[in-house]
Design a protein around this ligand. Structure first.
Ligand code: GMT
Length: 380
């Protein structure tokens, strides 16, 4: 198949999933055309069957905001026409599904129908929670998509609860590439970070408010009172400064290391003993899955789709949002004995295997075929 993929090319989970999906499909022989305003973070090297079309978002003095949506619609039309795409797969309803609808209508005026699949990653729903002005556009563009997927059962249900959706939403979860995410021997790293008797806890996020990074620090502070330990904080974002100030105010400056954005997250996960995810919203929790693939159990909240990934009492524990005492207690349970930690490590890996990219790619391929076939039939 010839597939156009539209996503935000940032470090966020949706960009990672969209890029890895495209790269995986290209390895299977499909022709993949990424249409984005910047080269996606994980699209570093030349790969057969992969093409990149940059959307020009340059400013024009008359406009206060660059007309991204118009430029994107034009680029989609151009790529579908000249690369003869079978399908457009857009990640996020806002604005990508709305823009795809415009592109579809332009192409239809030339007698060409291109089906559109929209994948919901969660933030569309959060956006509506914050600003109801988005609602009609999101609702319309989801209903006008030929196919719709959501990354968890929880997100699917939430979408039905918030919007008047007439489409069937297919759940296709996030996935993991075990060639990259595995527990490899990085003992030299571990020695550079912690003493032999210390446990290593880790958190990875974009430091948005919804991640509640201060809760990560509160949990760690309680664990650290009872167990010698270090905390690694990976990523960067709007809440980083508050998080740093808070850790200093607790006198934990030496125990907590802020490492900023890192490309090789798997190397840090490979030396870690426990992953902390304290989010108040999380449609899936790709970061937790990446940890589990590296045999790192997870202490998390029960927000959104997290409990579909982190199984309470098996791969780690889930607690109510903000309940740092419970999270600390659960963390200590896992970390206090080598035997318990090993059991949770093994179980975390077993659960992560369910989301192996090799299991999830065929689900996308089948769904693509189903949607293309249905659109061919309805256009006969
Ligand atoms: O979590 C973020 O802030 C990034 C966000 C994004 O849009 O890239 O991640 C969302 O999509 C990921 C991939 O499907 C999910 O694993 C994350 O749980 C989801 N984040 C939220 O729902 C907050």
């Amino acid at each position: 198949m010839k597939i156009g993929i539209v996503c935000y090319p940032t470090y966020g989970g949706s960009g990672v999933i969209a890029t890895e999906l495209g790269l995986g499909l290209a390895r299977k022989g499909h022709q993949i055309h990424f249409i984005t305003y910047r080269r996606p973070a994980r699209l570093g090297h030349f790969q057969e069957n992969v093409f990149y079309h940059e959307v020009d978002t340059s400013d024009y003095p008359l406009f206060e905001f660059p007309p991204y949506e118009t430029a994107l619609a034009g680029k989609m039309v151009d790529v579908v026409r000249f690369e003869n795409l079978d399908l457009l797969h857009v990640h996020y309803a806002i604005p990508h599904a709305a823009v795809a609808y415009m592109a579809k209508k332009i192409l239809l005026s030339e007698g060409r129908y291109v089906p559109v699949i929209t994948t919901l990653h969660g933030t569309d729903i959060t956006l509506v929670g914050n600003n109801s002005a988005f609602k009609p556009v999101i609702e319309f563009s989801i209903n006008k998509s030929d196919g719709v997927t959501a990354v968890s059962d929880h997100l699917k249900q939430q979408t039905y609860d918030y919007f008047n959706i007439k489409k069937d939403i297919r759940v296709i979860p996030n996935f993991i590439d075990f060639d990259r995410f595995k527990r490899s021997n990085k003992e030299h790293f571990r020695k550079a970070i912690a003493l032999d008797n210390e446990r290593i806890l880790i958190h990875v996020s974009n430091f948005r408010k919804v991640k509640r990074v201060e809760d990560v620090i509160s949990v760690f502070a309680k664990v650290n009172e009872q167990l010698a330990s270090k905390l690694l904080l990976i990523g960067d974002g709007p809440e980083r400064w508050n998080a740093e100030s808070y850790s200093r105010s607790l006198g934990l400056g030496d125990q907590i290391r802020f490492l900023g954005k890192q490309d090789a997250i798997e190397e840090l996960l490979a030396v870690s003993d426990l992953f902390l995810l304290t989010s108040e919203k999380e449609s899936f929790g790709l970061a937790a899955l990446e940890a589990m693939a590296c045999e790192v159990p997870v202490i998390s909240t029960n927000a959104g789709g997290i409990p579909e990934v982190n199984i309470h009492g098996v791969t780690g524990f889930v607690s109510d949002i903000g309940d740092v005492n419970d999270m600390a207690k659960n963390a200590i349970t896992i970390l206090s004995s080598e035997e318990t930690l090993t059991t949770f490590r093994t179980q975390a890996l077993a659960q992560a295997r369910r989301f192996d990219i090799n299991n999830i790619l065929p689900i996308y391929e089948e769904y693509y075929e189903e949607i293309i076939e249905a659109s061919n039939l309805s256009n006969e």
